[in-house]
Design a protein around this ligand. Structure first.
Ligand SMILES: [Zn+2]
Ligand SMILES: [Zn+2]
Ligand SMILES: [Zn+2]
Ligand SMILES: [Zn+2]
Length: 794
């Protein structure tokens, strides 16, 4: 997903293999500037490759397809009739994204969607959709239907005067049109609404429940005067070994915010159901990231506003759509398929140069040619900082005043490691970037990229006839900057993740898992070095990141962040393997300890197999595993046990599928069988043992069997704590679920103590204002208001 699709990677790999050795060598040693020139020459002589890329792009459907629109609308109507309003809502949104703007068809999509929104109780958004339908030329003969809906919405919102006005308009409209049979049902509804209106007018508006007092303490935040977005408790340092890094300049407590940064650039990851196979005509009804989150601000979508030019960019609001268009989407819109085919890194690279503006891009590219040495080797030209004072002047990426901020200049200075990437990888990235720039030129978008014009939304730039033209010098500069950014991303891409709700759920207990939403550049966050045992935790809200101390950090200690391979989840060898993409060997505390001691890490012991005969720990001896109990001496092949593990995972998946279709009893039976099976060959502390307990808890919760659910979840929590630690995010999420279960089961005192524990952990990771903390506090408030007789029962 980050890199181009497999077929394009394979093609460039073949091209590379067949390349003249002299050219290979030149490419390997080439600067970014020379790599782009070489790439241009190569791609010009390879028309076949370009044609292949065009074919690959046909798979990614990003244009507006009227047939898709009507198909999605029909599917939406079907779900609507079945009362599946959430599904209908998504399908109407998909339909709307395929209709031409301003057409009666798109207005019908919005009108249909407003009906789903009304059923789901989203009255304000329903009104917005009705207004959208009206502004897109909703057919007059259908108007009474939406006007009735509008009146109903206004009634629900207690906007009585407006509701009355609408009803009056309706009445005259219906009389004017003459009573037809289709109007009879509407007339009935109208009179019902009028009765309701009368009732509401007589009874005074009920006092709104006061929801104050639940807000958490506002956080203390003092911004650093030298690093924008960083806390004043940090200072920026530089040395040859660690490069730029952040150090605590005073004692920091757990939960304290250390960095609050808006992404310089972020690109929504397309999500799972891409790509469709060649010749696949059935449109996908599944919701992808593009259907669920705003293309620009990553906010969760309810009633999306489609782009006027393509079917893949969907926004939370008109404002977001307009802003995105101004900033980058007018250039990206027609390139959607190419960008999906070439991967998120290329897309981020393009958007980065669009956001920076051509003047800034060419200034820095120009400067890098003179200072190429400085950039490759950041130590050169700036003295090591020995004093503890604020000596950030001269640190790469800092402005002339010595201030470091989330700017294009700071981003440009992130290390591209040009010499460390393999020449094949550089080759792939170069060809991909050049292909994008050629497409920009061919689509007549060069002026937009160079900020020489500002076309109106929806206007089509005229395209050149010839596509194999030589790139203009300006676009070569753009390509060079993009190549730098793609290479930088390998080490500096920051995933924006959110906790996504799993399945529709019944609302009582919400199961969530973290999903990768977007890929972004955060120049300030990038100052943090990696540790497999970090002292911080990162959370996201929209496109903003917050780094918090996950434990106390004393003055002078380095502030560290985990790039992915956490010591709880994998062994040192696996971690080092993963970290090799960042071109460094981890020398963090846990890595050093594990490497030195030579013994198997705790992780491997906990996630190991046990003897099928006596349940003692199995020990590795090459391909076979032997029982550690000498008296037993049972052995088994590694492949055999791995096979059983896979089979078990398949069974668990089947059980979850049963739960999804409402067969909870069968799901329980299957999971219990899995547990028995697992007990014969997995260590009792194996993570999968915990997962099964967690699933069982989930099933019992859907049945309303709260006590059983709590019992299983507590076992899951024990195992999660063992693996991730008692104050980890993972434990926090499990405790949150337990709190929900206890809350639903009226186990008041236990619920209250669990809420407190969950709050303690989650506020360290996500801050006191986060949605989870608010929810926990609402539960607490609710429990404390329960009548005494219920409280006494427990
Ligand atoms: Zn938005
Ligand atoms: Zn578009
Ligand atoms: Zn490490
Ligand atoms: Zn044994």
């Amino acid at each position: 997903m980050a890199l181009p699709v497999a077929e394009w990677q394979a093609r460039t790999a073949r091209l590379w293999a067949a390349l003249d050795p002299v050219l290979k060598e030149r490419m390997g040693a080439a600067s970014l500037h020379d790599a782009v020139r070489l790439g241009c020459d190569l791609l010009r002589s390879q028309e076949e490759e370009e044609a292949a890329l065009v074919r690959l792009c046909h798979r990614a459907r990003t244009g507006k397809e009227p047939e898709a629109a009507s198909w999605y609308r029909e599917q939406g109507n079907r779900e609507f009739k079945r009362g599946q309003y959430q599904a209908a809502l998504r399908l109407y949104s998909k339909a709307a994204s395929h209709e031409p703007p301003g057409s009666p068809e798109v207005s019908v999509c919005f009108a249909n969607r407003s009906a789903a929104l009304l059923h789901l109780g989203h009255f304000e958004v329903c009104l917005e959709d009705i207004a959208r339908a009206e502004s897109h030329g909703y057919p007059d003969r259908l108007l009474p239907k939406v006007l009735l809906r509008k009146a109903e919405c206004l009634l629900c919102l207690e906007r009585l005067q407006e509701a009355q006005d609408i009803l009056r308009v309706l009445e005259s409209k219906i009389t004017l049109d003459g009573v037809m049979t289709t109007h009879l049902t509407r007339l009935k509804k109208l009179s019902q609404l009028k009765v309701k209106l009368g009732e509401k007018k007589r009874s005074p508006e009920p006092a709104r429940e006061a929801r104050g007092g639940i807000q958490g303490e506002p956080e203390v935040w003092e911004e650093n005067s030298r690093i924008s977005g960083a806390s004043s408790s940090l200072s920026l340092r530089f040395d040859a070994e660690r490069g730029r890094h952040l150090v605590a300049s005073q004692d920091i407590v757990a939960g304290q915010s250390l960095v609050k940064e808006e992404a310089f650039v972020s690109v929504l990851c397309p999500g799972e159901s891409f790509p469709l196979q060649d010749g696949d005509t059935a449109w996908d009804t599944r919701a992808t990231n593009a259907d669920l989150y705003c293309h620009r601000c990553l906010r969760q979508l309810l009633a999306s506003v489609p782009c006027q030019g393509c079917s893949y960019a969907k926004y939370c609001s008109r404002d977001c759509a307009d802003m995105a268009w101004q900033q980058y989407h007018r250039t990206e819109c027609s390139l959607g398929a190419l960008l999906l085919t070439l991967g998120v890194f290329c897309h981020v690279a393009l958007r980065t140069v669009l956001l920076a503006g051509f003047a800034e891009v060419s200034r820095l590219v120009e400067w890098s040619h003179h200072g190429e040495k400085n950039l490759q080797n950041p130590e050169a030209g700036c003295k090591p900082l020995s004093d503890a004072g604020d000596g950030s002047r001269g640190i790469p990426g800092c402005g002339s005043s010595g201030q470091y901020q989330s700017s294009y200049q700071a981003l440009f200075h992130l290390l591209p490691h040009t010499e460390q990437h393999s020449p094949e990888h550089k080759f792939l990235c170069t060809l991909s970037v050049v292909a994008i720039c050629k497409q920009l030129q061919a689509a007549g978008l060069e002026a937009a990229v160079l900020n020489q014009e500002s076309p109106q939304q929806g206007s089509k730039p005229k395209t050149c006839e010839k596509t194999s033209d030589e790139l203009s010098p300006e676009l070569k500069t753009v390509a060079e900057a993009m190549l730098r950014h793609v290479l930088q991303l390998q080490c500096n891409a920051q995933a924006i993740t959110v906790m996504q709700e799993l399945g529709p759920g019944d609302g009582a207990v919400v199961d969530k898992k973290p999903v990768r939403l977007a890929t972004a550049f955060f120049p300030v966050l990038s100052l943090l070095n990696h540790s497999c045992c970090p002292n911080t935790s990162v959370s996201f809200s929209g496109t903003a990141a917050t780094v918090r101390a996950s434990q106390p950090i004393s003055s002078g200690q380095e502030v560290l962040h985990c790039y992915g391979p956490h010591w709880c989840r994998m062994r040192v060898a696996e971690r080092q393997q993963l970290l090799s993409q960042y071109f460094f060997e981890c020398r963090c505390q846990v890595c050093l300890e594990e490497l030195e001691s030579g013994v198997k890490s705790v992780v491997s012991i906990r996630n190991s197999f046990c003897c099928p005969k006596c349940q003692a720990q199995m020990q590795e001896e090459e391909d076979t595993l032997c029982c550690s109990n000498e008296a037993c001496a049972t052995s088994a092949s590694r492949d055999h046990l791995s096979g059983r593990l896979q089979e078990l995972q398949q069974q668990i998946k089947k059980a979850l599928d049963l739960l999804r279709v409402g067969k909870a009893d069968q799901a329980i039976k299957m999971l219990l069988k899995c547990q028995v099976d697992a007990g014969t060959f997995l260590s009792p502390e194996h993570l999968l043992m915990g997962e099964m307990e967690d699933h069982l808890a989930q099933v019992y919760a859907t049945l309303g069997k709260w006590q059983e659910a709590a019992r299983h979840l507590k076992k899951s929590i024990e195992i999660v704590e063992m693996h991730h630690g008692p104050s980890s995010v993972e434990t926090g999420h499990e405790l949150f679920k337990l709190a929900q279960i206890l809350f639903n089961g009226f186990a008041v005192s236990e619920a209250l103590s669990t809420i407190q524990r969950a709050e303690g952990i989650l506020s360290v990771h996500f801050g006191p204002q986060s949605a989870q903390i608010q929810e926990l506090q609402e539960m607490k408030a609710c429990l404390s208001e329960l009548p005494r007789n219920i409280l006494q029962r427990t």
